[in-house]
Write a protein that binds this ligand. Structure first.
Ligand SMILES: Nc1ncnc2c1ncn2[C@@H]1O[C@H](COP(=O)(O)OP(=O)(O)OP(=O)(O)O)[C@@H](O)[C@H]1O
Length: 253
């Protein structure tokens, strides 16, 4: 049996009385592209933060290729690239300086960091004046893109991305899709949260759905397709939204 890219066991995270993540078990097989879906507030970002070692769960463990993210943080971090929610970046570095800094923190030599930064900045359309702009002055989409470059620069084996396509323009979205597809084609593993059914349907081969902190579905996309569109399966799992628009917003008419 091969070691999973990510193994989450019994992860629970509460905020006071709120159970944000409720005893979640999830295995991400190596070489797969998994989409993590769920309604707003379902617990996706909290689960990701607990899984990558950015937030301490009340209970449970997470292992990246068999390395526990709390007991062996250096090894686990070497193996994964992370794009967290609300990524805190050093604001007074330019995009290029940030990548250089990050690459060297991972022990890469300067020439290698430069060459990887060159290609990432070019592919993500952050080259030219953008690479010399301070992160402080980046737009929301530019922050997302430099965050993806940061996640990739040390060539991880697993990418854990919280809404990587949120706020990026359509051309950049195409570039990110290509990066992720070629990463998986060359043996990498990706888990990403998203609200886009179309993106997840076209990119992912496994779908996991969280509702109110609980994992309610974890299925190959091929199996989901036999039951309907991803949107239909999502609505079935998350519950049909009530339509009160006519009653509640009659004053808008
Ligand atoms: N630091 C915090 N303090 C208190 N409650 C929190 C905190 N972080 C998250 N929560 C709560 O935990 C629940 C899960 O939030 P989370 O951000 O993980 O959801 P999500 O699925 O990522 O949502 P979205 O799709 O809207 O980004 C929500 O009810 C949220 O209000």
């Amino acid at each position: 049996m091969t070691t999973p890219a990510l193994s989450i066991r019994g992860v629970r995270r509460t905020f006071g009385a709120k159970v944000a993540v409720d005893d979640v078990d999830l295995t991400i097989d190596a070489g797969t592209f998994t989409g993590l879906l769920g309604p707003n507030g379902a617990g996706k970002s909290t689960l990701i933060a607990c899984t990558v070692g950015l937030d301490r769960p009340d209970a449970g463990t997470a292992e990246v290729f068999g390395r526990d993210v709390w007991d062996e943080p250096d090894e686990a971090r070497r193996l994964m690239g992370v794009l967290p929610d609300n990524l805190a970046l050093p604001e007074y570095l330019s995009g290029r300086e940030l990548l250089g800094h990050w690459g060297r923190l991972h022990g890469l030599d300067a020439a290698e960091v430069d060459s990887r930064a060159d290609s990432l900045l070019r592919v993500l359309e952050l080259d030219g004046s953008a690479e010399r702009t301070l992160v402080l002055d980046y737009s929301t989409g530019m922050r997302k893109k430099i965050g993806i470059a940061v996640a990739l620069i040390h060539r991880p084996r697993l990418l854990v991305l919280d809404e990587p396509f949120e706020a990026v323009d359509p051309l950049s979205a195409i570039a990110i899709r290509r990066i992720l597809q070629s990463f998986v084609a060359s043996g990498g593993s990706v888990v990403m949260s998203s609200h886009s059914m179309l993106l997840v349907e076209s990119l992912c081969d496994v779908v996991s759905i969280l509702v109110s902190g609980q994992l309610v579905l974890d299925e190959p996309m091929a199996q989901i397709r036999q039951r309907g569109t991803l949107e239909e399966v999502f609505i079935e799992a998350a519950g049909q939204p009530q339509d009160h628009t006519h009653d509640e917003l009659s004053w808008l008419a």
